[in-house]
Design a binder for this molecule. Structure first.
Ligand SMILES: NC(=O)c1ccc[n+]([C@@H]2O[C@H](COP(=O)([O-])OP(=O)(O)OC[C@H]3O[C@@H](n4cnc5c(N)ncnc54)[C@H](OP(=O)(O)O)[C@@H]3O)[C@@H](O)[C@H]2O)c1
Length: 243
């Protein structure tokens, strides 16, 4: 029987690459989106065109009741789950002085609270030997005051990874965090400025900006049987940024 994965934020960017890669590995993929149904359907179409199997499901993870709605819709399409990739995330640079309580709550709701409750309410579906991969960020390895609340949400995700790994180990479920550096996606629209792009590339030991596939390949490894003996870990996938 083929495995089934839920990739949150699978419609665009890093999540889209993860969905395509898992599908290439023979996994049936639930491609989740927040508001961009067109992008999610495009990802599903691309997976099917390549011979894979996928379906789309939408939920704004910042809205009340979103997790319950997401799992209800998931259950219509799939029976059980093997891989949960908590990838959906949001953020734009907001300094200490700029942050409002609403912005703080919104970021924590999408980036930290939603993954927590997706796991809590998804556990009855996740089969023994399953995988949880959280998409964190390199901004928890270095100080990043330019986006302080975003960094805090990713720190919460790291802590969730550690605690869940211990909790779910007896069921053979692994839980790990993959932490990208700067990746060329719509989240980083500022990379359109050549000077900014060149400065961003210089962060990496390899002198280039990360691409979504650079991250997806590592997520696919953690989702595979080959990573069965790794859990509770945080892995930097930033091309050696700021070493
Ligand atoms: N890009 C980077 O440099 C970078 C670096 C480190 C970590 N990350 C992390 O990597 C993950 C993916 O980022 P990305 O660069 O691929 O971003 P992106 O291109 O902006 O895509 C974000 C994805 O998350 C979904 N999403 C956003 N807000 C949502 C909400 N409120 N409810 C449900 N879904 C929502 C979007 O769905 P829609 O298509 O429906 O809007 C989209 O699929 C995030 O967790 C991000 O923090 C990114």
């Amino acid at each position: 029987m083929s495995r089934t994965a839920l990739v949150t934020g699978g419609s665009r960017g890093i999540g889209r690459s993860i969905a395509l890669r898992l599908a290439r590995d023979g996994v049936r993929v639930a491609v989740h989106y927040g508001g961009n149904e067109v992008a999610a359907k495009q990802t599903v179409d691309d997976i099917r065109a390549a011979g894979g199997d996928a379906f789309a499901l939408g939920a704004d993870l910042g809205a009340a009741g979103a997790v319950e709605r997401l799992w209800s819709e998931y259950d219509v399409h799939a029976d059980g789950l093997d891989i949960l990739v908590n990838n959906a995330g949001t953020g734009k640079q907001q300094s200490l002085a700029e942050v409002t309580p609403d912005w703080f709550d919104r970021l924590f709701a999408v980036n930290a609270k939603a993954p927590f409750f997706l796991v809590q309410q998804g556990l009855s579906r996740l089969r023994d030997g399953g995988r949880i991969v959280n998409v964190g960020s390199g901004v928890t390895r270095v100080a990043f005051p330019q986006d302080i609340v975003y960094a805090m949400t990713k720190g919460a995700l790291n802590t969730l990874t550690l605690a869940l790994a211990k909790e779910l180990g007896p069921r053979g479920i692994t839980v790990n965090t993959v932490a990208p550096g700067i990746v060329e996606t719509e989240m980083n629209g500022w990379l359109a400025d050549p000077a900014a792009a060149s400065a961003a590339a210089a962060y990496s030991a390899f002198g280039r900006i990360g691409q979504p596939d650079d991250i997806a390949d590592v997520v696919a490894f953690f989702a595979s049987g080959q990573a069965r003996w790794i859990t509770g870990q945080w892995i930097d996938v930033s091309g050696g940024s700021l070493l």
